[in-house]
Ligand binder design. Structure first.
Ligand SMILES: Nc1ncnc2c1ncn2[C@@H]1O[C@H](COP(=O)(O)OP(=O)(O)O)[C@@H](O)[C@H]1O
Ligand SMILES: [Mg+2]
Length: 182
């Protein structure tokens, strides 16, 4: 087989893998919607979690080796000393939903992550896994966004630093994965 055809076959395989991932992700979301597991109950559904990131407030896990992220407060959802984490979590989802509805913030919509599932009683949030961005462009984008959000917030601060910005190949654009303070 010549190289061109081999490459085509590879592309086809990739497409197949992607289709399978989309199907698998849909099934996982269905499981979450049906059982509403807390983070520690996820294993009982036969799913695996691999920790892939940590911020001040949350931990992020990859579910079943899929490009699917589960986020939950770092110290457990109902930890009495970390009320703020639970608050942060609810606030983020509320903000994303508000911005998606708001006319004023319409220009921000395309930078928001997709919330695939959220349960406010368990603090479990599912969103697609977004790709890392190269260092230079990541900083440029984060600079622009943090200034913009600072101004929109009447100067009251912003959390749009470069760790919170990723890339979504399906929309060919950047995504803010963490809207905590914004
Ligand atoms: N959708 C995602 N795709 C890829 N990595 C993610 C995603 N969400 C979170 N992460 C990883 O987890 C880390 C912590 O998540 P983040 O939402 O920023 O929590 P915090 O509010 O604690 O900063 C991120 O810095 C990133 O490394
Ligand atoms: Mg963060």
């Amino acid at each position: 087989m010549d190289k061109e055809n081999k490459d085509k076959d590879k592309d086809k395989d990739k497409d197949k893998d992607k289709d399978k991932d989309i199907k698998d992700i849909k099934n996982v979301i269905k499981l979450f919607k049906k059982h509403n597991p807390s983070k520690s109950e996820v294993k009982e559904l036969g799913l695996t979690l691999k920790m892939i990131g940590k911020g001040l407030f949350r931990k992020a896990y990859r579910v079943n080796d899929l490009p699917l992220i589960l986020k939950t407060p770092r110290h457990g959802y109902n930890h009495p000393d970390y009320d703020s984490e639970m608050y942060h979590m609810k606030q983020e989802v509320e903000r994303i939903r508000d911005i998606k509805k708001s006319r004023r913030f319409r220009p921000f919509r395309r930078y928001l992550p997709d919330i695939l599932y959220f349960n406010k009683d368990t603090g479990v949030l599912l969103m697609p896994e977004y790709e890392k961005v190269g260092n230079v462009s990541r900083r440029v984008v984060s600079d622009i966004l943090s200034n913009l959000s600072y101004d929109l917030n009447d100067g009251s601060g912003s959390d749009l630093h470069d760790e919170n910005i990723r890339y979504d190949p399906t929309r060919e654009g950047y995504v803010i994965i963490d809207l905590g303070y914004f």
